[in-house]
Design a binder for this molecule. Structure first.
Ligand SMILES: Nc1ncnc2c1ncn2[C@@H]1O[C@H](COP(=O)(O)OP(=O)(O)OP(=O)(O)O)[C@@H](O)[C@H]1O
Length: 255
């Protein structure tokens, strides 16, 4: 029986300023799983993520939980789909806590005051990403990794069934990368679905499902332990990519 899916995308083409960036993509993202999207620089990973989030118009159709993206009322959709982009700017003058509380916006009627539940969700998310200590600091004053953990807390505070993250591990040191993976695992165990664009292949190989992109197309989808996935990775990244197992986990190293 086919696994249940949270999102299905059929992207015939996506062009920006006359330049075709994605072509002929048919993508199904499994429900309650962690999917990692990988591929070389410029392959179209971020563009694909933006398209399935509805942030970038494309020729085709994206269905979230069986309903076309554009058919979801905006606020309801924002509760269903949490987004963490790359190098987000614009909130530098806000305190870290206020940034995380922005994640609660879809849960409140327009201009309604914050509730105790909003504050509790924000605190829970900040403690989970170990960013609670900086709650009074302005986002712009934080280091790259500290900032990333605040933005991750904002994403967690949405508590959405589907979370899309573009390079969430950028700036994180190895222990915090491991913490991020633990958070993703917890989220998936709680019944959520997570999709992340990752450059860290060794971490992407810990995901439940891998999407490999090259030159604006999906080159391969499959389980990270599947030999066909390893062949596809070597095909795209070249034969110098060494894929092996350490302590039962698959890792990939450029050699
Ligand atoms: N606004 C734009 N206008 C024109 N070309 C763009 C635009 N945005 C992205 N591109 C191009 O589209 C291609 C795919 O970009 P994208 O950012 O999706 O790749 P990526 O796989 O996420 O890359 P990276 O690993 O380097 O982050 C790149 O060649 C990029 O230069």
């Amino acid at each position: 029986m086919a696994a249940m899916s949270i999102l299905h995308a059929r992207i015939v083409r996506l062009a920006i300023a006359g330049c075709e960036l994605l072509h002929d993509i048919e993508l199904t993202l499994p429900l309650q799983r962690w999917t990692a999207i990988v591929g070389p620089n410029g392959a179209g990973k971020s563009t694909l993520l933006r398209a399935i989030a509805g942030l970038q118009p494309c020729e085709g159709e994206v269905q979230l939980a069986g309903r076309r993206l554009q058919d979801w009322p905006a606020r309801e959709r924002a509760r269903q789909l949490a987004w963490m982009g790359q190098q987000e700017t614009g909130s530098d003058d806000l305190t870290a806590l206020d940034v995380v509380l922005l994640g609660r916006l879809p849960h409140r009627p327009w201009l309604a005051p914050l509730t105790a539940a909003d504050h509790a969700a924000a605190e829970r998310a900040m403690r989970a990403t170990q960013s609670w200590d900086w709650r009074e600091r302005r986002l712009g004053s934080l280091s790259g990794g500290e900032r990333q953990r605040v933005l991750l807390a904002r994403t967690l505070a949405v508590d959405a069934p589907l979370t899309l993250m573009d390079e969430p591990l950028a700036h994180l040191d190895p222990p915090h990368q491991a913490d991020w993976m633990a958070l993703v695992r917890e989220s998936v165990t709680a019944g959520h679905s997570v999709v992340s664009v990752l450059h860290e292949l060794h971490l992407a190989l810990q995901a439940d499902h891998l999407v490999l992109m090259a030159a604006g197309r999906v080159e391969h989808t499959g389980a990270p332990a599947d030999p066909a996935t390893h062949d596809a990775l070597r095909r795209v990244f070249g034969p110098r990519l060494h894929i092996t197992q350490i302590d039962g986990r698959w890792i990939a190293l450029p050699l």
